[in-house]
Ligand binder design. Structure first.
Ligand code: ZN
Length: 395
């Protein structure tokens, strides 16, 4: 959820080989009010991750599906991978051990994990030593790094995510399992792996799968429609390939993050903010990071034109506002129907940023301006350029 590294937006076009849904993009924004009755098959079938990746499908069987007994999810490709979960869990444990080094996590939307380091009481002595060694290794350096903004952490996450079917990371079993990661990191992960597998993985994997099973029906029903709506709004094609999502127990202080080269979404199944429809909104907020190019370009153009400083994170507030508003409409107009539980018990849908207190300080001001000048664009009443110009003029 934090902003991508500077410069990544400039290269983001490389990921956009073309739109998966060209016809959707021509529709007007008023489609937001329409019912999505059909489930389009994903336009670009995933190439299939070397036959070894575990890709989850919706549990829901549907009489309308046309493609075999399992209906793959559109838009996203969901994974619950062993190594990427272990990596984030060690990262969390190392940070918890550091205690209140929370000063770096006062960023908007950041939350301290509300838990204690795992208890090792009654573990075999060898397990305790192996686990503590691995946590100590993470504490030394990696735990102080940002999961997204640090390039090494991004590479580690990307590499481990594709190793999910591997029993080791050095390529001893098959060359496909040679991670290419630093030897000391590989050793720490391999040392911790049997302990993690014996004590925590089954429970965390189950939580990840349950989380996927909860969002899957929403993605089946609305994923294609919503991706088309967001591509329309942001004037960028939705990625032609399904977006890889790694569901992890711990997903950093924001509960989710997205790196752009390649587009890779990591989201926590355990973060209480990601429950129900909010998990669905967060997925699309995260995916929107890959579509933000026209927005960031227009913001810098309009502010430079007026010789005004570009307000920090304004583009990110706009992304939150937009996804939240579109999901709210889909809920309100019945395009999506949810159980009360999926709505987290609420009868109306309060978008994520409002629900979790992101609109404070400068963001409160941003929200007022977005209500005034961006909402008319989402309603189809003014053009993208007009909305951007008015936002910059009144900021
Ligand atoms: Zn974000």
């Amino acid at each position: 959820m934090p902003p991508p590294k500077s410069g990544t937006n400039a290269a983001f076009g490389d990921n956009m080989a073309g739109s998966a849904m060209p016809s959707l993009r021509r529709h007007t924004l008023l489609r937001i009010l329409m019912t999505a009755a059909t489930l389009l098959p994903a336009a670009a079938a995933s190439a299939g991750a070397a036959g070894q990746a575990q890709v989850y499908s919706s549990n829901q069987s549907s009489t309308t599906q046309t493609s075999g007994p399992e209906s793959p999810l559109p838009v996203f490709e969901m994974h619950s991978g062993f190594w990427v979960n272990l990596h984030h869990f060690l990262y969390l444990q190392a940070r918890l051990l550091k205690g209140n080094s929370a000063s770096t996590e006062t960023t908007r939307g950041a939350a301290q994990p509300d838990e204690l380091p795992v208890s090792l009481i009654d573990f075999p002595a060898a397990d305790i030593r192996a686990w503590q060694d691995a946590v100590a290794f993470y504490s030394k350096d990696l735990a102080g790094r940002d999961l997204l903004l640090n390039g090494d952490m991004e590479i580690i996450n990307n590499q481990l995510s594709v190793m999910e079917a591997c029993s080791e990371l050095e390529g001893k079993s098959t060359p496909l399992c040679k991670s290419g990661l630093r030897q000391d990191l590989v050793e720490a992960l391999e040392r911790a792996a049997p302990v993690y597998r014996a004590h925590w993985w089954a429970q965390q994997d189950r939580a990840n799968r349950e989380w996927i099973a909860e969002v899957a029906p929403m993605i089946q029903k609305m994923g294609v429609e919503l991706s088309g709506q967001l591509a329309d709004v942001y004037q960028r094609p939705w990625p032609s390939q399904k977006i890889r999502v790694d569901v992890v127990w711990y997903g950093g202080p924001f509960g989710a993050y997205t790196s752009l080269d390649p587009i890779h979404l990591t989201i926590s199944s355990h973060d209480p903010r990601n429950r129900g429809v909010y998990g669905f909104e967060v997925l699309f907020h995260e995916a929107s990071h890959a579509l933000a190019g026209a927005v960031t370009a227009a913001i810098s153009h309009e502010f430079r034109e007026r010789d005004k400083p570009i307000p920090r994170d304004f583009w990110h507030a706009l992304l939150f506002y937009t996804t939240g508003e579109i999901v709210r409409r889909d809920v309100e107009y019945g395009t999506m129907t949810f159980t009360n539980e999926q709505r987290n018990g609420s009868s109306v849908y309060l978008p994520y940023a409002a629900r979790f207190g992101l609109y404070s300080g400068s963001w409160e001001h941003f929200r007022g301006l977005l209500d005034l000048y961006w909402l008319p664009y989402l309603d189809g009443r003014v053009s993208f350029d007009t909305a951007m110009a008015r936002l910059a003029a009144d900021m």
